[in-house]
Design a protein around this ligand. Sequence first.
Ligand SMILES: Nc1ncnc2c1ncn2[C@@H]1O[C@H](COP(=O)(O)OP(=O)(O)OP(=O)(O)O)[C@@H](O)[C@H]1O
Ligand SMILES: [Mg+2]
Length: 276
Amino acid sequence: MTHIIAIAFPKGGAGKSVSAVSLAAISADRGLKTLLIDFDPIGVSSSNSGLDKYSDLSASKLLADSRPKVSSLIQPSPFGYDVIVAGEGLLSGEKWMDTVPMGDLEIRAQLEEDESLQQYDVIYLDSPPHNGKILSGVLIAATHVISPLKADNENAQVLPLFINLSSSVNRIRTRFNMDAFTQLSYVFTDVDERTNITAEIKKSVRESLDPGAVAETVIPHSTAVKQAGQNMMPVVHFKPKEKPSIAYNRFFDEVLQPLFFGPQRKATSHESVAIA
Ligand SMILES: Nc1ncnc2c1ncn2[C@@H]1O[C@H](COP(=O)(O)OP(=O)(O)OP(=O)(O)O)[C@@H](O)[C@H]1O
Ligand SMILES: [Mg+2]
């Protein structure tokens, strides 16, 4: 079964693209057949995957009358996972979604119609920073959602709007006989542990969500993240021993490992004896 994981939060600079690329690279490192589709017009996920974000083979081609098969747009990245880059026309694609009946269902329909995508264990969908048809289309297509957010006031203020959007999307899904998506977790990114404001906001966000909705793992701030971007690489490959790389691996273990591989088993006493 292919898990389709949206990386979504309607605020710029929340850490969506860095998270999408890091999780795609880690998934491939762990042996999962992985595809990343960049639905963010800025194309950070595409370039951080070592690819030309303006390539003709792009996600923007999916949001137009003459749309090709999804799989015809896939390119291999140098980091073990496949990518469909953003392309130049995603914003016009979003306008096109407004002109077709039930345009929000378009991304889901195209992913479902292309049987060759079933070879993937996981497809990550990076998303734009604004509320619009692409974001709702990505949420309708997803089986699971991960929401990176920065521990600042602006992100905390957007959180209730995103929760509303998520429940509207899930109401629509239920009406069309689709399962609701699972909000896997919120994860704090680019965290500077030295400032009190961060700790206060983390506490208030945790209190406004279900217990367990916020990942225990936080992604610390490090200049290595920007440097990795300048080198068109996922940080987890550029500097695997840096704090954000270790944290993204820990986040994978905490939140995604159980989804793909089941809960980690502790050795039974019988096995422990055998190992000893
Ligand atoms: N852990 C981190 N340490 C340092 N810088 C970070 C970290 N995470 C993200 N950043 C920086 O923050 C900025 C925003 O990150 P990113 O592009 O992932 O956010 P985004 O949510 O995808 O933004 P947008 O919605 O505008 O596409 C980038 O410049 C990135 O390099
Ligand atoms: Mg982005």
